[in-house]
Design a protein around this ligand. Structure first.
Ligand SMILES: [Zn+2]
Length: 144
């Protein structure tokens, strides 16, 4: 028989950092809506006046830039506040943004350290002959 586990956690929302994040999202949404409206107006003006159509497209793209910029800056400022509050041991709303982790794989020759193609059977620099795939060694923090 399984039992139900109740998880209780307290989440603190709000604070200036929450407002800043919200403001950034607000600007982003407004700029996306403006861009959408501008594209619609551009399509409507296409038959009537192609020059006006171009102007609307330029305005639409132009509205996206400040929107995205303020989204990034508000988010960054909110992150700074969160980190400062975290350091000071205060409660903070939201989460500190984390970098995206990307895994890169490189293959090097064990003899001379030159980077080689994974499919190579011979090192082009020191001419060492590589073992088959089973002989490959994985190095790195993530290897298990
Ligand atoms: Zn080599």
């Amino acid at each position: 028989m399984a039992t139900k586990i109740v998880n209780k956690e307290i989440r603190y929302e709000g604070g200036r950092e929450g407002l800043l994040s919200g403001l950034g999202i607000f600007y982003l949404v407004i700029s996306i809506i403006t861009c959408f409206v501008a594209v619609v107006l551009a399509v409507l003006a296409l038959n009537r006046n192609p020059d006006e159509s171009l102007l609307w497209i330029a305005l639409g793209i132009g509205s996206l830039i400040p929107g995205i910029t303020s989204y990034i800056f508000c988010g960054a400022l909110a992150d700074v506040l969160r980190l400062l509050k975290k350091l000071a041991g205060e409660k903070y709303g939201g989460t500190v943004s984390q970098p995206d982790l990307m895994e890169y794989q490189t293959t090097i020759c064990s003899q001379c350290g030159t980077s080689v193609n994974p499919s190579d059977s011979l090192c082009y620099r020191c001419q060492a002959v590589f073992k088959t795939n089973s002989g490959e060694q994985a190095i790195g923090e993530d290897s298990k």
